[in-house]
Design a binder for this molecule. Structure first.
Ligand SMILES: [Fe+2]
Length: 509
């Protein structure tokens, strides 16, 4: 059971019933203001049918803003455990602060979800999952901690359903869902490794079959098994959407993985001369929406009038006054937005990076492979005139970077906070040779060739706690001790803040 996509007056409740494959059963649901469900405020009945793999979504409306609720389900004679959820603040406020937990890359087979367990204990309003909620991979790796079911790679609808079902049996994931509402977007591994709209590096048509069919199966299972609503009921592939965090922030969730993504450049090639700069990462409809969501202050004041108080309180067109009450734009991107260039190192690191002949190497699957579109987005943020922050994942490591115009050489626009993996193999494990000192050498090399990277840690798993107020956003990177077994040990690895009038990330609260 789980809850997700809260608004000031609604939330999506989710559960799944284990019954005979052909049965349809009625599921009763109750929402209450107390943990014993003694004081119900809403309830009803909905069918769990084979067509949706016996998953159930209920959109509960008519709730009060900034309020904690409890919910439960009954089917046949069985009762579910009781879950807790929370609505978001009203756009009119007042609200002083919001706390978010941000996670990504939870690989069941390569480790335990200790980060989920620790985040479940935190007092947060919302959990944001940046994708790789499941991994479609096979279970063959002898060093993996747990075995995936099914054993092979997910290719069909029954495969993806079974994989989602396995993840939902994890007690730490269950604890997280039972405690906090989640807003989730997919990355590639909900479908296939390094996916784009027309294919995936992890999909070989000759042996794996038709890609659009596999893509549709993966997305259908995702829709069935995630506690999310459909931003556009006519389009199951649309995940980009805005979540308004009261008057404080707009959480702008992108799809940088599937809908508009053009095939990335192959391999990690030198930047100069080989990469095309104008590859598409977002589809045209997503750009249209972004231009509206990130419209400058004056434009938004002239628009629908639906903005929060203070959003249009200043003098239109006068820099520094119109933006005073503007909410934060917190842009959630699956893949890292900050440029990351590594000087081609010799030896094992260089070989692992696939560096060619002393040039710069990049990961073409990140925004680095789509530089014109990155510039377009940063220009939107700069023109918007309010404070901004980017959240990213996918890199299985922790980063704080400065985003700036003109390929990083121009005016600073926002910070990029990159969250570590919950349990997928770390960046250091992929790139640093297994010799003493290799990891710190890797991190020193990164810092040397990327002056805009303020902090990087490549070997730990964990989660990000985000504390949002009108004046600043503070990020705390909490790293767990290990993922090879369940543990309660975690530590605060770093704290970085961004103030509303200064886009530079600063160490400390
Ligand atoms: Fe990942």
């Amino acid at each position: 059971m789980a809850s997700g996509d809260p608004t000031p007056d609604s939330v999506v409740l989710w559960t799944r019933v284990s019954v005979a494959a052909s049965d349809t059963v009625a599921v009763e649901w109750t929402v209450a203001t107390d943990p014993a469900l003694a004081d119900p405020v809403a309830g009803g009945s909905v069918d769990a049918s084979p067509a949706a793999d016996h998953t159930v979504h209920v959109v509960v409306a008519g709730l009060r803003p900034s309020t904690t609720y409890w919910y439960g389900f009954r089917a046949g004679g069985d009762r579910s455990p009781i879950g807790r959820t929370r609505t978001l603040p009203s756009p009119d406020g007042p609200v002083e602060r919001l706390r978010l937990g941000v996670v990504c890359c939870s690989h069941y087979a390569t480790g335990y979800f200790n980060a989920y367990a620790r985040l479940a204990e935190r007092d947060v309003d919302l959990v944001v999952h940046l994708g790789d909620y499941i991994y479609e991979a096979e279970a063959k790796h002898e060093r993996w901690t747990r075995l995936h079911r099914p054993r092979g790679r997910c290719l069909t609808l029954p495969d993806y359903r079974a994989r989602h079902a396995q993840y939902k049996t994890d007690p730490d994931l269950q604890a997280l869902h039972a405690r906090h509402p989640m807003v989730a977007v997919w990355d590639d591994h909900e479908l296939a490794g390094n996916a784009w709209w027309d294919g995936a590096a992890g999909h070989v048509p000759l042996t794996d079959g038709d890609w659009p069919r596999r893509r549709a199966a993966a997305v259908r299972a995702y829709r069935e098994w995630m506690p999310s609503g459909l931003p556009d009921p006519a389009d199951p592939y649309r995940i980009w959407r805005t979540v308004r965090l009261g008057p404080l922030a707009d959480l702008v969730l992108l799809d940088t993985r599937l809908k508009g993504r053009e095939r990335p450049a192959a391999g990690r090639r030198p930047v100069l001369g080989v990469h095309r700069r104008d590859r598409a990462l977002l589809d045209p409809a997503q750009w249209e929406w972004l231009e509206e969501v990130l419209a400058p202050v004056a434009m938004s004041a002239a628009g629908s009038g639906g903005g929060p108080p203070g959003s249009d309180g200043g003098a239109p067109g006068v820099p520094g006054t119109g933006a005073v009450g503007r909410p934060w734009a917190v842009v959630a991107s699956q893949v890292v937005m900050a440029p990351i260039h590594l000087l081609a190192a010799g030896g094992a690191v260089g070989r692992r990076l696939g560096a060619v002949g002393g040039g710069l190497v990049v990961n073409p699957g990140q925004w680095d492979g789509y530089p014109d579109e990155r510039e377009r987005l940063l220009r939107l943020l700069a023109a918007r005139g309010g404070p901004a922050l980017v959240l990213s994942g996918d890199l299985h490591s922790s980063w704080v970077s400065q985003l700036a115009l003109d390929g990083g050489r121009g005016a600073p626009v926002a910070a990029d906070f990159t969250v570590p993996a919950v349990s997928a193999p770390t960046f250091a494990r992929a790139l640093a040779p297994k010799v003493p000192g290799a990891r710190s050498a890797l991190e020193r090399a990164i810092r040397r060739s990327n002056r805009h990277v303020a902090w990087v840690e490549t070997a730990a798993h964990g989660y990000l706690l985000l504390d949002v107020t009108a004046d600043r956003v503070e990020g705390q990177w909490w790293h767990v001790d290990r993922v090879g077994r369940r543990t309660e040990v975690e530590h605060l690895a770093a704290t970085w803040s961004v103030r509303r009038d200064d886009p530079h990330p600063l160490p400390g609260p």
